[in-house]
Ligand binder design. Sequence first.
Ligand SMILES: CCCCCCCC/C=C\CC(=O)SCCNC(=O)CCNC(=O)[C@H](O)C(C)(C)COP(=O)(O)OP(=O)(O)OC[C@H]1O[C@@H](n2cnc3c(N)ncnc32)[C@H](O)[C@@H]1OP(=O)(O)O
Length: 243
Amino acid sequence: MKFKSPPVNSLSLDFITEFCIGLEKLENNRECRGVIFTSAVPNIFSSGLDITEMCGKSMEHYAEFWRAVQEMWLRLYGSNMVTVAAVNGSSPAGGCLIALTCDYRIMVENPKFVIGLNEAQLGIVAPFWFKDTFVNTVGHRVAERSLQLGSLHSASEAHRLGLVDELVPEVKLQEKAAAVMAQWLALPDHARQLTKSMMRKAVLDRLVAHREEDVQNFVNFISKESIQKSLRMYMEMLKKKKR
Ligand SMILES: CCCCCCCC/C=C\CC(=O)SCCNC(=O)CCNC(=O)[C@H](O)C(C)(C)COP(=O)(O)OP(=O)(O)OC[C@H]1O[C@@H](n2cnc3c(N)ncnc32)[C@H](O)[C@@H]1OP(=O)(O)O
């Protein structure tokens, strides 16, 4: 699945809806046993949640958007397929979450590319299921420090921390992703799928059990004037950076 929503593959409601539909089609296709996620936008894997979906909109819109974000994560983290992220660009916040939610992460070894859950830098808080996914990948200590500081890690640092599994030169990315996929698909599906489910079930169940509460927390948090102000300032900063 190649993300192609220029300029930065931000995760808008439309993007997320298409992502979920695409994933469901693949999940229902018996001939498809694995998916590689990558980007068709140069230098960007995904810039994370589309901030304009969380700024200046109605409470109803925030609730609809957040349910879609939850749905995307539930489908991807709970997927029966082998999922490989071929990270060929920067991947902050929600973009990093997509990578973390996959079974394996390969990143291009470009010192300019960054990845991480930088929510704290925007004055927002990564929800518990982002945190759980992060902890399950890198362990509690690394996740705690990285989340509190809202760190964006270079590709080499992300590799050292275990946030990504492998680094490759850009030209080798697709070949490496295909080789990893072949290695994972060599196992019997039922054994791999049951093992994956056993490892991820508690974290998935936790969101399913608290889904509406999580939507309400998000809506209350994001609609606070202080949070709206932080997000507006962040968007202005992104725009000014260009000039
Ligand atoms: C109690 C429960 C509480 C729950 C709280 C909420 C939890 C929310 C969880 C997740 C949050 C997120 O995912 S927020 C998104 C975080 N993303 C970022 O911080 C990345 C921001 N973007 C960048 O750093 C850079 O754009 C880039 C490194 C990704 C690319 O840099 P580049 O120089 O190539 O491009 P530009 O910066 O010039 O950007 C081009 C264009 O795109 C706009 N843009 C960028 N990112 C976003 C985004 N995430 N959403 C919307 N729009 C974005 C940027 O403003 C530029 O627009 P213009 O061309 O109009 O200027």
